[in-house]
Design a protein around this ligand. Structure first.
Ligand code: SF4
Ligand code: SF4
Length: 372
């Protein structure tokens, strides 16, 4: 395992962190805990969760109960979050998290779901950061951090406004151009960057041929290539991998164990290929899943990815029908009122309304042609 120093602390964190939002056996907390423990045994020492990730905190809690016995000589660090605005609610969140995870304190406590700069300012005005500081003074929190899906430039503005020690942001080979300014600003301001969603919400492993250029060494998988692209970046301290099962853990560990620095000219080549082709993909983060019309936007945008990657509307239609089980007559494909709410919250700032129109047009064409 590769370890890196967390900002100006003396904490050494693993280059690969455990993202606790994608467990395969969501309700089987013992199986999930065994996966957490296996990661710890393999050298992973950064564990990220949140109150909203199903039973993730409970699963971590079972594992931590065992891991606490060895923590003094084999340290591990825990990151969780609160998206609340009222001080009593924040306190309730952290007390619940501590109890569920069998912990006395949280190492990295994140002000969560900062989707726009307005949201940041509103929360700050409501005293959220003052409450975080109180929690830190009481020893319940070690480091105040932020988790965000804003644009790179807005993240830069926020980091200049408040001395968050760490920032958690979505960054992958697919969307790096969109958040580049944030990484540069964090480096300049000496803040730690932890990245989430390193495989673009599964889009990268689902299209190994299209992302083949991420492989920089013989025999490498596209997943390893995508992780190494991030591990190689000196501005990134931890790459969080949302682990579902032992196979994924094994692949993530082997990405870091066999890591060789990538030559700058190779990185440059990868960057220009990616920037040209893939910055417009949906990462399936689900932050737009708030449509007043009940349209399952992440599912439709995932299907649109298939059109972008394969250039054939029929692939998009097949994805809708056979992966997501959406019938082509379903009115969710046609009832967008174009209110724009989803685009305000989209982490990739995608033109969702335009894409929905394209989908419904292609579906209607498909139906009119009498295809099935
Ligand atoms: S623009 Fe359409 S899809 Fe987006 S939130 Fe409004 S109604 Fe829903
Ligand atoms: S459309 Fe945007 S917010 Fe919605 S899932 Fe895709 S990337 Fe995330």
């Amino acid at each position: 395992m590769i370890y890196r120093t967390y900002g100006s602390t003396d904490i050494k964190v693993s280059a690969i962190g455990f993202g606790g939002m994608r467990f395969e056996e969501l309700d089987d907390v013992d199986t999930c805990a065994a996966l957490v423990k296996a990661a710890y045994d393999k050298g992973v020492n950064y564990f990220d969760t949140a109150p909203g990730y199903n039973k993730s905190e409970e699963s971590f809690g079972i594992a931590f109960k065992h891991m606490n016995k060895t923590r003094s000589h084999k340290p591990f660090y825990v990151s969780t979050k609160s998206s609340k605005s009222e001080s009593t609610e924040i306190r309730r969140d952290i007390e619940t998290s501590l109890k569920k995870m069998n912990l006395d304190y949280i190492d990295f406590y994140h002000c969560w779901c900062i989707i726009t700069f307005d949201v940041y300012q509103t929360r700050k005005a409501k005293g959220v950061l003052d409450e975080f500081e109180k929690l830190k003074a009481e020893g319940l929190v070690r480091h105040i951090c932020v988790s965000t899906h804003m644009t790179g430039t807005d993240i830069e503005k926020m980091l200049q406004d408040y001395p968050f020690e760490g920032v958690l942001l979505g960054y992958s080979a697919m969307n790096f151009a969109y958040r580049e300014a944030a990484l540069d600003a964090a480096e300049r301001l000496n803040r730690t960057v932890v990245v989430m969603n390193p495989l673009g919400g599964g889009v990268i492993p689902q299209h190994p041929n299209r992302f083949g250029f991420l492989k920089t060494h013989q025999g490498e998988t596209v997943v390893k290539g995508a992780l190494r692209f991030l591990i190689n970046d000196p501005r990134i301290t931890v790459t969080l991998v949302g682990l579902s099962n032992q196979r994924q853990l094994h692949e993530a560990i082997s990405a870091v164990e066999g890591f060789q620095p990538i030559r700058p000219e190779t990185i440059q080549k990868i960057r220009s290929s990616l920037q040209k082709s893939f910055s417009e993909l949906c990462t399936c983060c689900q932050y737009c899943d708030n449509c007043p019309q009940g349209i399952p936007i992440p599912k439709l945008m995932d299907a649109y990815n298939f059109h972008m990657l394969n250039s054939k509307p029929v692939d998009m239609i097949n994805r809708l029908r056979f992966h997501w089980g959406i019938e082509l007559q379903d009115d969710c494909l046609r009832k967008c009122t174009e209110c724009g709410l989803c685009e305000e919250t989209c982490t990739q700032k995608l033109p969702i309304r335009e894409r929905l129109k394209f989908i419904s047009k292609e579906v209607d064409k498909f139906l009119a042609a009498g295809r099935s």
